[in-house]
Design a binder for this molecule. Structure first.
Ligand code: P6P
Length: 331
């Protein structure tokens, strides 16, 4: 079995002029994920449930696990000194570090420390989502410009899913690989190599409770998924966990499409570009899939602010293309 650390070292060997800084950054994320994993696994016991008593930038009650995870990832990256700034779902403003070591860091990280935290108290799998960019500023603390880069500039992205087992899935541009956590060893072990979407899938994931607020194109695509046509394996199956990492991971393994579209109430949808849609879109493309906002490639979108939202259609290439046709033809 190959550990995450060994795999990262091996990948570094393929990167010309690699100096080990990226490897160190990835290992820092892996260490923080172990701490979070331990807390998630005892969430029901450690009185970690219940709301922290104040709200995060999204106006949502902050669950203690959010706070715990956020602080661990920030501390790990600050002390690893490879990251000069961060954007986090839990922090309204850009996160920079006072210590001079971090300010020499070459990278910046956008992170959702616990995505789907409202699922914690019903034991539905939750996840951490992260994306890594090279800084653009020359020196000193990172700046917001370093974080507002299009996803096409990403150097790596990944997620940790705290589910029936804990798995870290990431890509640094050489395909997507997954590492399952072995708690008795305290290590992430390579369990899935070069994950690829099946070109076609038969699962569609969307919260149909919002049906009346969807555009005509989305409504017609949903009906297309439900039509009886054995030659195209329809009707498809609908699967929706309400935890992005879980819905994404299932579709990556089995094939499928996840859609969180804009609605009449929320034209830009719900999911955040920087630390939810961009990292997932990067991994989807690395796995042979596709990710658009219904019309444009997610990774081409130019972010204007840290917490901006975007509609997202992501998954098996042929399914996303078909959905985009409906959006194009019916709006
Ligand atoms: P809805 C969880 O709150 C989350 O941010 C994602 O993990 C998930 O895909 C989405 O929101 C679910 O949203 O509106 O369907 O409950």
């Amino acid at each position: 079995m190959k550990t995450l650390v060994e795999f990262i070292q091996e990948q570094q060997a393929h990167i010309p002029n690699a100096t080990g800084e990226f490897s160190r950054l990835m290992n820092d994320i892996g260490i923080a994920a172990k701490y979070v994993n331990r807390e998630v696994n005892k969430a029901g016991l450690a009185d970690i449930l219940g709301f922290e008593g104040h709200q995060n930038v999204q106006g949502e009650d902050q669950v203690k696990l959010d706070v715990f995870a956020n602080s661990h990832f920030i501390n790990a990256l600050e002390h690893g000194a490879q990251c000069c700034a961060m954007a986090s779902e839990e922090n309204e403003e850009l996160i920079t570090f006072e210590n001079s070591y971090s300010n020499r860091g070459k990278y910046v990280v956008a992170i959702d420390p616990i995505d789907g935290s409202s699922n914690v108290d019903v034991n539905v799998p939750i996840g951490t989502i992260f994306s890594i960019y090279r800084r653009k500023s020359e020196s000193g603390p990172g700046t917001i410009i370093d974080l507002l880069q299009p996803g096409s500039q990403m150097v790596a992205a990944g997620y940790v899913m705290y589910g029936s087992s804990t798995i870290m899935v990431y890509s640094a541009g050489q395909g997507v690989n997954a590492f399952t956590y072995e708690p008795s060893l305290g290590m992430f072990l390579l369990s899935h190599t070069n994950l690829r979407y099946p070109k076609d899938g038969t699962i569609y994931s969307i919260n149909e409770a919002n049906y009346i607020y969807f555009s005509e194109g989305v409504k017609r695509y949903i009906k297309y998924c439900q039509e009886d046509d054995k030659s195209t394996n329809r009707p498809y199956m609908t699967r929706y966990i309400g935890s992005l990492v879980s819905d994404f991971h299932r579709n990556l393994i089995r094939g499928g499409i996840f859609i969180y579209p804009g609605t009449k109430k929320n034209p830009n949808g719900k999911l955040r570009l920087l630390y939810e849609c961009n990292p997932m879109a990067y991994m989807a493309e690395q796995a042979g899939g596709m990710a658009t906002d219904g019309m444009r490639r997610i990774l081409d979108l130019q972010p204007e602010s840290l917490h901006q939202r975007t509609p997202i259609f992501i998954g098996s290439r042929n399914m996303v293309s078909k959905a985009s046709e409906f959006i194009e033809n019916f709006g």
